[in-house]
Design a protein around this ligand. Structure first.
Ligand SMILES: Nc1nc2c(c(=O)[nH]1)N[C@H]1C(S)=C(S)[C@@H](COP(=O)(O)OP(=O)(O)OC[C@H]3O[C@@H](n4cnc5c(=O)[nH]c(N)nc54)[C@H](O)[C@@H]3O)O[C@H]1N2
Ligand SMILES: Nc1nc2c(c(=O)[nH]1)N[C@H]1C(S)=C(S)[C@@H](COP(=O)(O)OP(=O)(O)OC[C@H]3O[C@@H](n4cnc5c(=O)[nH]c(N)nc54)[C@H](O)[C@@H]3O)O[C@H]1N2
Ligand code: SF4
Ligand SMILES: [Mo]
Length: 704
């Protein structure tokens, strides 16, 4: 019996694996985030392990375009040879690395170290850029620290009110919904989504309510809510004076956003805006008088925009005006997405980052990490460039010529996918490590077969900043190898300075040292206590007392209770601005997820029961909008704009607004939603505009 966690999302539901030799049986485990429940993806996760399409040997592209199996020695020699020759011709930045929020902490840490020391490149970034970067930029600005939920998930169980913006947990993390039972009973769940999503239904069909704004107008809506709180003197002025800075600028920034103007832009009626602001302020006051706590939570719906960071700032401002963050009366949190989306953004996969959430441009930070790595700080490269820029410049005069991808499928999941496809084709050499031949792996020169969740040891950090153990229950198939082993072998061939252990426990021991004294400090965590079920949340400095009692929360379960992480200990209100103009009248496309599929779909499209329920891409469209475009239910539709065309079957739904259609991004080739998305990025986080594009709709005649 192995106690481990689901391979997919950041809820990291507890799973038990029983390996009878003949069969591997998976069941839900009574773990705090899921209480024994799993969603359909989690339940069917063993299908990934036994899948017939599992990669079993390294594959090398032949001159006729086909792949042929080769030995590991040959594969590793070839990577080293290519990296060295390209580096000597074009400099170290000509070789780039792309990581992932799916990787364990140990792999993420080693990938960052490998890029800086073995490849000597600054060109490293990762798919978390497409996921948590705006949330991270916003929380860093406000609090000086980025941990998605600065409190345990179980704190939500007692909430009086939760304002949930752009998150659809009922589909994306179904067991999360149990933490909303009480707030729903109390009539306090307020969901903000242009779609009547499964989560919006939880509020609209209970005693809570659903605000259904025009897509990409959340910033205006939040400014409008803050306006009401200030104009009606509902803010917590004692808290603001004691714990925040920046109130005057904030006051000026929301002055123009009276409810009627906000309503004209967002489409949310003025009385709904007033009602929401008053209800939140009332609940927050009650919470501080011994009542139940109040939370503001955000998801990708408000973050994946070219103004995502400002929108996160506006959400945090509202929470601060209500006096919530850093108190037991509630707080602000962002719901991390990928399995290790939290840990993945702490250990140095970001282009400007070193382990422990340190800054690569800070001389003291460089010196600390260089010491742990046993190298001169001078040899650690400086900051690189973020994901969209890294990918789009590949094969150009300023871009890398060789790329290694570990744990991402950007041909499907990056914005303006046609450009990404072209960029990968411009490379001299593309290496993709995966367990399946993803659409991106299919473009590679060399494919490396790697280990999956139930075949490897390591740690993951879930959406609450809690550190968990991933445990091996079975042996890997064929020649599939651990990525730690791959980095260790390649480091030798590249004569890298420093050590690259293939053993996860050893890498974790080093990660602890590298993180010590940093923001995300893991130095007091040890595997034995994690194995015994200790609840440990970072920061957990060396010497922390750890109890394995299930009632004990170790490390820092609740952040900011004494002070925020900025030098003055205060939270910063950030004045943000939005255009006071109505959005254009074209059809808006929003994108997101389905319950059955995970991300680019590489994994879940291969699981029969998931693929059978949701076999192909569907365009969700309001029946009246469909009528206006002469589109009938089930008909194939060309969804187009200047960047490309996606072909999808219409699915009529009154859950949609009249001016908005929805596409999930889980499907490949002509079904790829990202053929339409805009590669413009947020100025602070470099997050692309995934969630909103303008499109036109054309039914394909004769097709039904
Ligand atoms: N089934 C499934 N679960 C997953 C994943 C998956 O791929 N499939 N992926 C995991 C990952 S990596 C992540 S990041 C999380 C994401 O989890 P969520 O953030 O819950 O997922 P999304 O569906 O991307 O977006 C949430 C909602 O945002 C809404 N939205 C779109 N545009 C706007 C807007 O302008 N304003 C507002 N207010 N809302 C808008 C969409 O209608 C959608 O209902 O899910 C995780 N869980
Ligand atoms: N239009 C639109 N686009 C989006 C989004 C959206 O809402 N709308 N959401 C964005 C978000 S939030 C995210 S997180 C990204 C995700 O998009 P991707 O980065 O493409 O993520 P995955 O589909 O999870 O791809 C991971 C790949 O890595 C493999 N893999 C998993 N674990 C490992 C491992 O440990 N090692 C290796 N080597 N491989 C592994 C899987 O088999 C899969 O092929 O998509 C983004 N793209
Ligand atoms: S909610 Fe997330 S972690 Fe839980 S079973 Fe589903 S995919 Fe796995
Ligand atoms: Mo994500």
């Amino acid at each position: 019996m192995t106690a481990t966690h689901c391979p997919y999302c950041a809820l990291q539901c507890g799973i038990t694996l029983e390996n009878s030799g003949a069969q591997l049986v998976l069941s839900g485990r009574d773990f705090e985030t899921n209480g024994g429940a799993l969603c359909r993806k989690g339940f069917s996760a063993t299908k990934l392990l036994e899948h017939p399409q599992r990669l079993q040997t390294p594959l090398l592209r032949q001159s006729d375009g086909s792949f042929a199996p080769i030995t590991w020695d040959r594969a590793l020699d070839l990577i080293a040879e290519k990296a060295l020759s390209i580096r000597s011709e074009s400099g170290a930045d000509a070789v780039a690395m792309f990581g992932s929020g799916s990787l364990t902490n140990e792999k993420a840490y080693q990938l960052g170290k490998f890029a800086r020391l073995a490849l000597g490149t600054s060109r490293i970034d990762y798919n978390g850029r497409f996921c948590m970067s705006s949330a991270a930029a916003g929380t860093n600005k406000a609090f000086g620290l980025d941990r998605g939920m600065p409190f345990p998930l179980a704190d939500l169980d007692d909430a009086a009110m939760i304002l949930m913006l752009g998150s659809n947990v009922a589909d994306t993390m179904p067991p999360f919904v149990r933490h909303l039972d009480t707030v729903r009973e109390r009539g306090g769940l307020i969901v903000v989504d242009p779609r009547r999503s499964a989560t919006a239904k939880l509020s609209a069909e209970g005693a809570g309510w659903h605000l259904q704004p025009t897509p990409a107008t959340d910033l205006q809506l939040l400014l409008g809510l803050a306006h009401v709180v200030l104009a009606e003197s509902l803010a917590d002025s004692d808290y603001l004076a004691a714990r925040t800075t920046g109130l005057d600028a904030l006051r000026a920034s929301v002055a123009a956003w009276w409810p009627e103007r906000t309503a004209a832009i967002t489409g949310v009626p003025a009385e709904e805006i007033r009602r929401t602001a008053r209800a939140l302020a009332h609940a927050a006051r009650e919470a501080k008088n011994g009542g139940h706590p109040v939370y503001i939570l955000t998801g990708r719906g408000i973050e994946q925009h070219a103004n995502g960071t400002d929108t996160v700032s506006a959400a945090i401002n509202l929470a601060l005006l209500l006096g919530l963050p850093g108190t037991m009366a509630g707080g602000y949190g962002t719901i991390t997405g990928q399995g290790n989306g939290q840990g993945g953004r702490e250990h140095g996969q970001k282009c400007d980052q070193l382990p422990g959430y340190r800054k690569i441009a800070d001389p003291e930070h460089r010196a600390h990490v260089a010491k742990v790595w046993g190298v001169d700080p001078e040899i650690i490269p400086g900051p690189g460039i973020p994901a969209v820029q890294l990918l789009n410049t590949l094969g150009t005069a300023t871009g890398a010529r060789m790329l290694m991808i570990h744990g991402a499928n950007p041909v499907v999941s990056a914005p303006d996918a046609n450009q990404i496809f072209a960029a990968l084709r411009r490379l001299d050499f593309l290496v993709v490590a995966d367990f399946f031949l993803s659409e991106t792996a299919a473009e590679a020169d060399l494919v490396l077969p790697v280990l999956q969740w139930a075949e490897e040891e390591g740690t993951m950090t879930n959406l609450e900043g809690r550190i968990l153990r991933r445990r091996a229950a079975i042996a890997p198939p064929g020649q599939a190898k651990s990525e730690l082993w791959i980095f260790s072998e390649l480091a030798q061939r590249l004569q890298a300075p420093g050590t690259f252990s293939p053993d996860a426990a050893e890498v974790f021991a080093e990660l602890k040292l590298a993180s010590a004294g940093g923001i995300s400090d893991y130095s007091g965590v040890n595997w034995e206590q994690l194995d015994q079920g200790a609840k440990i949340y970072w920061p957990c400095p060396e010497g922390s007392t750890i109890s394995t009692d299930p009632a004990a929360r170790n490390g820092t379960p609740r952040l900011f209770l004494d002070r925020f992480a900025h030098q003055d200990g205060k939270a910063q209100l950030i004045a943000v601005y939005a255009p006071v103009a109505s959005p254009s009248k074209k059809i808006s496309l929003v994108t997101g997820r389905l319950l059955e599929h995970y991300q680019s779909g590489t994994q879940t499209r291969r699981v029969d029961e998931l693929a059978a329920t949701s076999p192909d891409v569907r365009l969700e469209i309001h029946p009246s909008t469909a009528l206006a475009h002469q589109i009938s239910d089930g008909q194939l539709v060309e969804v187009s704009n200047q960047r490309g065309t996606t072909i999808a079957r219409a699915k009529l739904s009154t859950d949609m607004r009249l001016d908005t259609v929805f596409l999930p991004f889980h499907f490949p080739r002509t079904s790829t939603a990202n053929l339409l998305t805009d590669p413009s990025v947020d100025p602070f986080s470099a997050m692309p505009e995934f969630k909103h594009a303008q499109v036109s709709l054309n039914p394909i005649k004769g097709e039904n």
